[in-house]
Design a binder for this molecule. Structure first.
Ligand code: ADP
Length: 755
């Protein structure tokens, strides 16, 4: 009631207020910068209403608070105000009030409204707030305050501020539109400027360029004579079409667009200057017309074809290289074959063998190159087939090491694997190929007397494997290009001598990426050695023990891990015994050690070890015979340890039933990793029931129910048939020897056929 009376008495804003208002409106129109405009609006609002201080809150399109600005406060007070979380909360709440707010005691008002208690940095008594609305949508609010108790805002203040706020809304709307347009323009300019295509805009009336983007400046700059203006180019440049025909500048497509306003699409043009420098470009030209249809400007795009030409050159290089690499072995195959044809009767068997060996070696070389080329082609088309399955890192590295050693690698290899490395998802053959490639590169680029280190650690959901050498190192400029095809040093001779095809690292990258990993190289520079690292995903929890037989094998050993795991170590070298005992004890295994082969069988009976580490060369017996005796009385995994790394011995050990083979010297980490892997592979027959069912196509083996079905139909099996199927299924993907099957299925200790 009181408010209506007041309004009746003072319905009009006095004339001097109006002139102040129009002056303020002019002032806030002076700038196009949003912050300056908001500050001006707030300062003017304060001076129109004689307020001690004020705050302006702006809202974004979604009605969320966008910005705050204060006036009449010192910098320190402003900082204090905006550092108060409650203050911002209050202003946010107030923006939801639809109409003006005019109160004489702001503190009592907030209490009455159940708003958080507000203690501004300076005294605040009366408060006047109005919403700023643009076309019915709230764009913000202005709040003004008086500091002295008893001072109040009048209705006239309120009316003035409402009028001013509607003017301010218009200005804010315009400035925001201007800001958005400017941002869009800057974005577009940045996009054009950083585009890999050259863009030039010409004024259609004068033909003078009005803007060049970075790429067009680069293309033109590559033809310009240093120190001469761009215009000078027009006097010296020759322009040719793709078919070699020279065209006069007035026939240049640009002239065509300027004179006829027609669009030119994808004209291949060669620009050349007298000293022979040239650029092949594909030119597009588009006229831009004014509203009345007149051509105002012309946008020309120039695409530099040099990178494509470079690609063509690489292709030609590839053809040259492939022809060369294939011709060399062919020549030698043909030479050997001719000799065999012509002179075979004169050759002794050793010579004959030598010629045949040359043919075999050269064919292998050719096959390797063809396989690499096929891999590169598949990587490029994204069709490289990889079939990841759970695998142990130690096993992968071991296979790569064997390839390295059998290929004549002589460097000392040092292995350092983190304990408890999880299994990884790897296409074994392909990841072994990556590892072998990196090992062979490390060897190729470092002295034989130096060490190559292989390390593996888990990083989140990946295992990171690094191969570090102490060799020639790689310069910083070359590092980013190493994984490209044919990435070699300029010294082609060196590359030819080292026998590299320049495809190895490109294939490594494609293979690792096809597994969902990453590969990179590091080097502190020439002479500082190099480190190549790649990542490979670990087997995910959901997969463990659920989907594939090899993960199922992991289950029993996890269970054994919590119990005491006894490892029997047999070695006649006391140093070696001590080394193994320490390493095993550190990894929480229980070592049982002996240097006496005669004691071994007794220890097996008495201590029932879970695994045996056996030296290959022992006094009075050899390791392989001892292994056969052990396997005669116990079903226990046996790992051979020896300084011999010969293929035949390794093959014999595996054939006779060894689980693994470690070549001395080895690191404690490698030893422990291999023991764990071997234990995992050893399925405890009493725990087979706890494994998940095995599914392969139509076949399902439910170990818990001892039930086998094919396409849902139960299959009748004898106990032995079932045990045999179990043994084969839990070892799917591995070679099982006849002896092992006899032991595991028939419990036999000799090799007599059971049927
Ligand atoms: P190549 O088969 O020719 O060796 P790669 O793709 O395997 O081709 O390697 C490409 C190039 O990377 C090599 O020619 C060599 O210059 C460089 N490189 C690779 N590994 C190493 C390393 N361990 N130390 C130094 N340089 C290396």
């Amino acid at each position: 009631m009181k408010k209506t009376d007041e309004r009746d008495q003072q319905t009009e804003v006095p004339r001097n207020r109006l002139s102040q208002l129009s002056e303020a409106t002019l002032r806030i129109n002076e700038s196009l910068d949003l912050d300056t405009v908001l500050q001006e609006i707030l300062d003017s609002a304060r001076s129109l209403t004689d307020a001690r201080y004020g705050v302006i809150v702006t809202l974004d399109d979604k009605g969320q608070v966008e910005d705050f600005l204060a006036s009449g406060l010192t910098d320190e007070e402003t900082q204090q105000l905006f550092a108060m979380p409650k203050a911002l909360k209050i202003f946010e709440n107030l923006t939801t009030i639809p109409g003006p707010l005019r109160v004489s005691d702001f503190a009592s008002y907030t209490r009455a409204q159940d708003l958080p208690e507000f203690r501004p940095p300076t005294q605040m008594s009366a408060c006047l707030g109005v919403p700023i609305r643009h076309r019915g949508v709230g764009v913000g609010n202005i709040y003004l305050g008086k500091s002295e108790p008893g001072q109040e805002f009048t209705l006239e203040d309120e009316d003035t501020l409402v009028m001013f706020a509607s003017q301010a809304a218009l200005v804010i709307g315009n400035v925001r539109r201007y800001r958005d347009e400017r941002r869009a323009r800057v974005d577009l300019e940045t996009l054009i400027d950083t585009s890999p295509v050259g863009v030039v805009v010409l004024d259609a009336r004068t033909g003078v360029p009005v803007s060049f983007n970075r790429e067009s400046r680069r293309i033109i700059g590559s033809l310009q004579t240093p120190g001469s203006p761009v215009e000078q180019l027009l006097d010296v440049i020759t322009v040719r079409r793709a078919d070699g025909r020279e065209i006069a500048l007035n026939e240049f497509p640009l002239e065509q667009v300027l004179s006829t306003g027609e669009t030119v699409r994808a004209e291949e043009i060669v620009l050349q200057v007298p000293d022979g420098r040239s650029v092949t470009t594909v030119v597009n030209a588009t006229p831009i017309r004014s509203q009345d249809g007149e051509v105002e400007s012309v946008v020309i795009t120039l695409q530099d074809m040099t990178p494509l030409e470079e690609l063509e050159r690489l292709r030609a290089d590839l053809l040259g290289m492939v022809s060369h690499e294939l011709r060399v072995p062919l020549t030698s195959i043909k030479g050997s074959a001719m000799t065999l044809l012509d002179d075979s009767s004169d050759l002794d068997p050793a010579e004959l063998r030598q010629f045949l060996q040359i043919i075999v070696n050269q064919v292998d070389q050719m096959r390797k190159l063809i396989a690499s080329l096929l891999d590169v082609a598949r990587i490029e088309t994204g069709t490289l087939p990889v079939s990841p399955e759970p695998a142990e890192v130690a096993t992968l590295v071991d296979r790569a090491r064997n390839t390295f050693l059998s290929g004549g690698g002589r460097h000392d290899l040092d292995f350092d694997f983190a304990l408890d490395l999880p299994p990884v998802m790897a296409d074994q053959q392909r990841i072994v190929q990556v590892l072998s490639n990196l090992l062979s590169n490390a060897a190729k680029h470092s002295l034989e007397s130096s060490v190559i280190r292989v390390t593996a650690v888990q990083k989140d959901l990946h295992v990171e494997i690094s191969i570090t050498d102490e060799g020639t190192g790689i310069s910083a400029e070359r590092l980013p290009h190493l994984f490209r095809k044919f990435s070699r040093t300029d010294d082609e001779d060196e590359a030819r001598q080292s026998g590299g095809s320049g495809l190895g690292l490109a294939i490594c990258k494609g293979t690792v990426e096809a597994h969902g990993g990453r590969i990179w190289a590091e080097s502190d520079g020439l002479g500082q050695g190099a480190r190549f690292t790649f990542t490979i995903p670990v087997v995910e929890e959901a997969e463990t023990g659920a989907t594939t037989p090899s993960t199922r094998r992991a289950t029993p050993s996890r269970q054994t891990a919590s119990k005491e795991v006894r490892i029997l170590v047999v070695d006649d070298d006391p140093q070696a015994l001590k080394y193994a005992r320490d390493a095993l004890a550190k990894a929480n295994f229980t070592p049982i050690v002996t240097a006496d082969p005669e004691e071994v069988l007794i220890l097996i009976e008495e201590k029932e070890p879970h695994l045996v580490l056996l030296d290959l060369v022992l006094p009075g017996t050899d390791g392989i015979t001892l292994m056969e005796n052990i396997l005669g009385i116990a079903d226990v995994p046996i790992i051979f340890v020896s300084a011999y790394g010969k293929d035949q011995i390794i093959a014999e050990a595996f054939e006779k039933g060894a689980s693994d083979y470690i070549v001395k010297p080895f690191s404690p980490t490698e030893l422990v990793a291999r023991i764990r892997a071997a234990l995992r592979r050893q399925t405890d027959p009493y725990q087979i029931e706890s494994l998940e069912p095995y599914v392969l196509g139509d076949l399902t083996i439910d170990y818990a129910e001892r039930c086998v079905t094919v396409a849902g139909q139960p299959v009748e099996l004898t106990a032995t048939e079932y045990e045999l199927l179990c043994e084969l299924s839990v070892n799917a993907g591995r070679v099982l020897t006849y002896d092992r099957l006899l032991r595991r299925v028939w419990g036999q200790t000799d090799s007599k056929k059971p049927f």
